[in-house]
Design a protein around this ligand. Structure first.
Ligand SMILES: [Ca+2]
Ligand SMILES: [Ca+2]
Length: 293
């Protein structure tokens, strides 16, 4: 599965940078800043929290009045723009099955637009507070994750993150997907002759390689955290911040939910950088979250 995801990155991620999501082709948010990466670009897809209000343009007060997902702009009697809940029936019709999303209420929504519009109508209620976009695609039976499988998850994900970074580096000449500083870090991994190349590796080999080439795995793990930790950049991941990675992964990797749940070891609903590093087997280091070591 991880190899398959990497192939997807190869086809989609690098041409139109996005991670994992072979499912969607819409070009939104692709105008990347230097250093933006696939995960960061996906953030908008699942964003619940951002509301940007800009100056009102005289002729159409709603023109530059942006509303968060699930809301649309309307003007009141005094021509003042305001964000109101979107009527789900005004959402574009889903074209493919992977436009559907599954909510944490285990209900399938036609699209993320329908989901956020519905969530908006529940704003202020306990139900609305607890409702999140769980994963991409229609709700389906996800088999329980066994303890033994849970142990395998970080092994494969670490290897995958490393491979994603190397793939980004290899194709970065034209796309500026990594910052100069990031490129230098990945260059060391890329040029290391001992690097484990992409392939179907046994868990024993992955575990052995992690032990032998531990330093190669540190940056990819911290890099991924940094890409997700954007709203705000505070060293903690909220459910919404984690969504761009989690939502497309769940239908394919049945241990995803359990893995990220146990990552939040103090159970405060946030995954701190230290918790993140720890659940990928990265030892604590003396560094501040701004630098991600
Ligand atoms: Ca954050
Ligand atoms: Ca926590």
């Amino acid at each position: 599965m991880w190899t398959q995801l990497l192939v997807i990155v190869g086809y989609y991620g690098l041409a139109a940078p996005r991670l994992c999501l072979a499912f969607r082709e819409e070009p939104s948010l692709v105008e990347t800043e230097v250093g933006a990466n696939p995960v960061q670009i996906e953030v908008g897809e699942f964003d619940e929290a951002i509301e940007i209000v800009e100056d009102v343009v005289a002729e159409n007060p709603c023109l530059n009045h942006h509303c968060k997902k699930g809301k649309v702009c309307e003007v009141d009697e005094s021509n003042t723009p305001m964000c109101v809940c979107q009527d789900p029936s005004t959402c574009p019709t889903a074209e493919v099955v992977f436009d559907h999303v599954c909510g944490t209420d285990n209900k399938t929504y036609d699209s993320s637009c329908h989901f956020f519009a519905t969530k908006c109508t529940l704003e202020g209620t306990k139900k609305g507070h607890k409702l999140h976009l769980d994963y991409v695609g229609p709700c389906k039976y996800i088999e329980p994750c066994m303890d033994s499988e849970l142990k395998e998850f970080p092994l494969r994900m670490r290897d995958w993150l490393k491979n994603v970074l190397v793939a980004l580096y290899e194709h970065d000449k034209d796309h500026n997907l990594l910052t100069e500083k990031q490129k230098l870090r990945v260059k060391k991994i890329y040029e290391n002759e001992k690097r484990l190349h992409v392939g179907h590796h046994s868990l024993d080999l992955l575990a052995h390689d992690f032990e032998k080439n531990y330093n190669m795995y540190i940056f990819p793990v911290h890099w991924q955290f940094g890409q997700l930790d954007q709203h705000p950049v505070d060293g903690y991941l909220t459910h919404t911040e984690l969504s761009p990675l989690r939502a497309p992964l769940i239908p394919m990797e049945h241990c995803t939910t359990r893995f990220f749940e146990q990552c939040d070891s103090d159970n405060d609903k946030y995954i701190a950088l230290e918790e993140w590093a720890s659940c990928f087997g990265i030892k604590e280091r003396k560094c501040r979250h701004q630098n991600y070591c």
